[in-house]
Design a protein around this ligand. Structure first.
Ligand code: MG
Length: 206
């Protein structure tokens, strides 16, 4: 990974461990097929920067989708809440922080942010993606919906990446693990080597 962007990714706020971020970058770089890289769940742009470095090397774009009102686990009273992310009306707003991350790293040329619910965008999205990275809300309802809406947009030979896959319930929530199993059982993907909680699957059928 290009060293300047890597340095910004490492210091950006967020929940992507560096080793998994580098694995995500490498997967995006290696993914077969043309088309953009799509990220579901931008938050503050940390993992977006790992993808941005791959996009720049490939000559493509990262399209990252988030309503920027925070997932369930980011709301007041929940485990990952950060009171600094509340706007003047007391609503969570991660968009200003996201823009600071991307602009600070000079990555605005390869990152397109869509402020919307992922399922809304999926209704009109029609471009096969070289890589789709699922890292949105970690409730079962949201994770399953993100999979249903976005796994079909992985190009033939392209890669579906899923973050926070923990087979052991003691290590983390099970929603990402359940969509990983769904992908494995779909017959549409074959698993390729991932890293840590990042799982990678290559599309084998249209
Ligand atoms: Mg994650």
């Amino acid at each position: 990974m290009e060293s300047t962007l890597h340095a910004y990714a490492v210091k950006a706020p967020g929940f992507m461990p560096d080793d998994e971020g580098l694995a995500l970058h490498d997967a995006a770089l290696a993914a077969a097929g043309a088309g953009p890289i799509v990220e579901i769940g931008s938050y503050l742009g940390k993992s977006t920067l790992y993808l941005a470095a791959a996009a720049r090397a490939r000559g493509c774009t990262v399209v990252t989708i988030d309503h920027h009102r925070g997932s369930e686990e980011h709301q007041p009273g929940w485990e990952y809440h950060d009171p600094d992310l509340l706007d003047e009306d007391g609503r969570l707003d991660t968009l200003p922080g996201f823009r600071r991350t991307i602009a600070g790293a000079a990555a605005e040329d390869v990152v397109v942010a869509i402020v919307a619910r992922a399922e809304t965008v999926a209704q009109w999205w029609s471009t096969p993606a070289a890589l789709v990275f699922l890292d949105g809300s970690h409730t079962d309802e949201s994770a399953q919906r993100d999979y249903s809406c976005w796994a079909p947009h992985v190009a033939p030979g392209g890669t579906l990446a899923i973050h926070d896959v923990f087979p052991d319930p003691d290590e983390g929530g099970q929603a990402p693990y359940r969509i990983y199993l769904r992908a494995c059982e779909s017959g549409e993907f074959e698993e390729i080597p991932g890293h840590g909680s990042l799982r990678l699957l290559r599309r084998i059928t249209g």
